[in-house]
Design a protein around this ligand. Structure first.
Ligand code: ATP
Length: 902
């Protein structure tokens, strides 16, 4: 009995008890718990959840900020500076080290939290019986005693004692390490059976790979077998992607090179240029600080995290961070039709029998409408062909239709919802109660039909079959006419199917077969003979309103869209044309893909836009063929059989609503709204993220290199340094934080979706970017030295000259930021100058900082600065504007040359 004694039902050898005893023990019923009981038990037993793995603790995260070569160098320099008596310098360096760690800590924490929040948005669900109906609930609300229904593709939400199993096969690798699926049944097993042999149980976390079943929940949360072996499920995903790793490696190599240069520079300064050891050391500290792009990997990570957040806002949940980068390079999107490109709100429009063509009126799922033949309303009598189709429609069906305040809703497959509505219009809404379902063959996208065995109150048994019409025609040799069974007229049926399908209707065939009264089970070979064809039903499923625009956007962006559907070729072609995917009738069918040579398959996959009557295996072949042609492929899927294709695709996209857990787990991205337009929105964000990363790099490298060159040039020439090491520290701190980071927030540039996709093999540092880095670095050196000499020439003292140089460098960085914001565009518009809020806040912060740096007495004491005259300040700003103008001229010239070359 469930009682309040303990927080869990007592552990038992559930597997060795009979299903009935288990149900009795847990006060469970075949129709499930009531909502109130479930809520009560949730209070007693707690949520069905495993404790989450803790991420790194805040303290560990904080100290990990110090594990970085630059920090070591800085700390060592601070100590040496202190020994040399340069206490102010030592203090400044320490302050920078701490500030760096704090900023890194805060930024990383924000990025991690953002990703955690997004991951929580794809909560696994479970199908349970509550109040006598099947409903989908969050898996963590499942309680002991619940009846859970299992289907291929589900992850078992809790430990279950099976009470029903039909061809149920479960893969238990998480528990037993055995990846071959186990056949499950309801018979009790020996009490001593080990976990892998307990066939009467389905354990939490295991994957249903085939069949159907139901079980009573015997344990939830940490009490499950999974909870017992490990309370540490769920890997902590690291905040990294190939690109970030690449940059990380690049930054490390750069650091090593700079340290080498610094050692040589130190020796050169002391031996050849007569610097004191203290001065030379500080100059090298300045060089190291200037040149090492320490903030780069962190800013890149933040850029990615912001991209992930933006995608989530557009209903695309990224499960694996690298997908954000890959999305930006996608060149082909392969999409399902039903529910992704179409609304998946089906309504039956036509029913065709051997003698009649009936039109069905009504809107949506609401069961209000009539049957009309040749414009005249007809009644559907029991025993007529139309009546039997309506009967099959409701019996060979697992969905439920509910009237709610928001209208009529389907629980289950929308197509089956439409069939219930059809049956209700024909007055057969109550027939589920009159018949008892003895057995069934569930729908599978490979065999494309579903069959059920029913007995009526008088004990007569009959099999109802519905499925893809060609599939049904292949089973039948006879059809039902007005006068009874007659030989089938295949030619006519093919014409009728084609007629409905070419209007874009989804066509389904119906058949029936009498069975012996004692029949207890149903197997596929029972359906090989004596099935009588009843007729076909056509339903509309209009394209989504935004899908058409999204397809157009893809085509403009050089992304090919391919519709891969299990539906009929003519339906696929009609919908393909409505979506603007197709301007002809040529549709490739799954059968045509079989046995093709790889080269021919590649050609067909590349040049066709619509694939019909495909199975999940065909999807896999299409992805592979496209990838062999160097395409970067995004592929959608929802079923358990789609998992291989999703895994194989560069970006696997699972449906959040209709998708199985198996598909979601195989995918890189989950769509909360199952909508094709959301994939395109994610691609746009992916491109934006990649652009922003390039902007961050394009801004950071020249500013670092420019500052470093200023110091190296001064030492080589034996000049006084135009900026002191602590001043360089200041510039880097303030600009990297306030300016560099703003680029992570840049919105999508206009024209982002009219460019062709980037080649995945293209180097991140493109020739253009390298040229930019060189040019801008040199302009920085020119600006700094120009200002320095000009100031000294006018008789200003060294301190004032240095203050002017620092301000010049910072102003140039600000103006360069505006130029970098439009990497791909040729010129800056007014909007570009006005900038985003992030940029404006950043710039305002830097301006305030520079005023303090220049005029505040305490800052003057720390950084060795002096107040500058108003006019000089304006000249400094003028240099920034000049830089911007030069870069714009360069853009124009480059464009001109490109045109001449072309
Ligand atoms: P898409 O791949 O675009 O989502 P789809 O839903 O048509 O298209 P499948 O689910 O593989 O693809 O279905 C293939 C065919 O099987 C359908 O066109 C229909 O004829 C038939 N079918 C689908 N669902 C059922 C079902 N529940 N019962 C019987 N037949 C079905």
């Amino acid at each position: 009995m469930v009682n309040g004694k303990g927080p869990t039902p007592p552990r038992r050898d559930w597997h060795a008890m009979s299903a009935d005893d288990v149900s009795a023990e847990l006060a469970s019923r075949h129709l499930g718990l009531t909502t109130a009981e479930a809520a009560e038990r949730l209070e007693v037993y707690g949520p069905n959840r495993l404790p989450e793995t803790r991420g790194r603790s805040a303290l560990v995260r904080f100290f990990s900020q110090f594990a970085n070569v630059l920090i070591y160098v800085l700390l060592a320099s601070a100590i040496v500076a202190a020994f040399l008596g340069e206490l102010v310098d030592a203090a400044v360096i320490l302050a920078v080290v701490i500030a760096n760690a704090v900023i890194g800590f805060i930024q990383e924490g924000r990025a991690e939290r953002a990703l955690d929040a997004i991951r929580a948005m794809i909560m696994p669900g479970a199908t349970v019986m509550r109040d006598g109906h099947r409903v989908t609930v969050d898996a963590d609300t499942v309680v002991p005693g619940d009846i859970v229904l299992l289907e291929a593709g589900d992850r078992t939400p809790a430990d279950l004692r099976l009470v029903k199993a039909r061809n149920l096969r479960i893969e238990e690798a998480v528990l037993t390490g055995e990846s071959v699926p186990v056949d499950k049944g309801v018979e009790a097993v020996d009490a001593s059976a080990v976990l892998g042999d307990r066939r009467s149980m389905a354990y939490s976390g295991t994957l249903v790979v085939a069949g159907q079943g139901a079980g009573v929940v015997v344990a939830t949360g940490v009490e499950t077998e999974l909870g017992a072996i490990s309370t540490l499920l769920g890997t902590v995903e690291t905040l990294t992607t190939p690109l970030v790793r690449l940059m990380d490696r690049f930054a490390k190599q750069l650091t090593a090179a700079i340290l080498g240069v610094a050692v040589i520079g130190f020796a050169f300064a002391v031996l050849a240029r007569g610097y004191s050891v203290a001065d030379a050391l500080m100059a090298m500290v300045g060089l190291v600080v200037a040149a090492i792009p320490e903030g780069l990997p962190a800013v890149m990570t933040i850029t990615l995290a912001i991209g992930v957040q933006r995608m989530a806002r557009r209903n695309a949940i990224v499960r694996r961070l690298p997908a954000v980068e890959t999305l930006g390079a996608v060149s082909v999107i392969c999409s399902d039709k039903t529910g992704t490109l179409t609304r998946n709100e089906m309504t039956v429009r036509s029913v065709v029998t051997a003698d009649d063509r009936a039109e069905v009126t009504g809107v949506g799922y609401e069961p209000a409408g009539d049957f009309e033949v040749a414009g005249a309303r007809i009644e559907i009598a029991e025993g007529t062909v139309l009546g039997d189709i309506a009967l099959a429609a409701i019996l060979c069906n697992d969905a439920r239709l509910r009237s709610t305040d928001a209208g009529w809703l389907v629980e289950g497959d929308p197509m089956e919802g439409a069939l219930i509505s059809l049956a209700m219009k024909a007055g057969r809404g109550e027939d589920r109660e009159r018949f008892h379902r003895v057995d069934e063959i569930p729908f599978d996208s490979r065999h494309r039909y579903m069959a059920t065995l029913h007995t009526d109150q008088a004990g007569a048994a009959v099999v109802h079959i519905k499925g893809a019409p060609e599939r049904l025609l292949a089973m039948c040799t006879r059809q039902r006419g007005r006068g009874g069974s007659e030989p089938i007229d295949r030619q006519r049926w093919h014409e009728e199917i084609h007629r409905l399908a070419s209007e874009g209707q989804r066509v389904l065939g119906f058949g029936m077969k009498p069975a012996p009264a004692a029949a207890k089970d149903l197997a596929a070979d029972h359906l090989e003979s004596d099935v009588v064809f009843l007729g076909i039903v056509g339903m509309i499923d209009p394209p989504r309103a935004d899908a058409q625009d999204a397809v157009r956007e893809c085509l403009a962006a050089g992304i090919k869209v391919k519709m891969i559907t299990g539906d009929h070729a003519a339906t696929a072609s009609a919908i393909g044309r409505q979506l603007g995917l197709l301007d002809h009738d040529r549709v490739v069918t799954g059968a045509q893909l079989e046995d093709l040579e790889p080269a021919a398959l590649r050609d067909l996959a590349e040049h066709s836009a619509v694939f019909a009557r495909t199975s999940p295996e065909h999807k896999l072949r299409i992805v592979e063929a496209l990838q062999a042609g160097d395409a970067v492929v995004a592929m959608t899927g929802d079923g358990v059989n789609d998992a291989p294709a999703l895994k194989r695709a560069d970006v696997g996209v699972a449906m959040g609503r209709q998708g199985t857990e198996a598909a979601k787990e195989a995918a890189e991205m989950v769509l909360l709204d199952d909508n094709f337009a959301s994939i395109v929105a994610a691609v746009r964000e992916g491109r934006t993220v990649y652009d922003n990363i390039r902007k961050v790099i394009g801004w950071t490298l020249p500013t670092s290199i420019g500052e470093a060159l200023v110091i190296i040039a001064a030492i080589l020439a034996g000049l006084a340094l135009p900026v002191t090491p602590v001043q360089i520290l200041w510039i880097n701190m303030i600009t990297a934080v306030a300016l560099g980071l703003t680029l992570a927030f840049e919105p999508t540039e206009p024209g982002t979706m009219t460019r062709p996709p980037r080649s995945p093999s293209a180097a991140l540092l493109s020739p253009f970017l390298v040229w930019r880095v060189v040019l801008v670095s040199l302009l920085f050196v020119g600006g700094a030295f120009g200002m320095f000499f000009w100031a000294l020439d006018r008789g200003l003292d060294l301190t004032t000259a240095r203050t002017l140089v620092v301000n010049t460098l910072v102003v140039m960085e600000i103006f360069y930021l505006f130029s970098v914001r439009y990497l791909n565009m040729t010129s800056i518009t007014l909007r570009g100058i006005v900038g985003t809020p992030a940029v404006l806040i950043g710039v305002a912060g830097v301006v305030v900082g520079q005023f303090l740096f220049t005029y505040a007495p305490f800052m003057q004491a720390i950084f060795g600065t002096r107040s500058i005259a108003m006019v000089d300040g304006l000249i400094v700003i003028g240099i920034g504007i000049l830089l911007l103008v030069l870069l714009e001229i360069e853009k124009l010239l480059r464009r001109w040359f490109m045109r001449r070359l072309a």
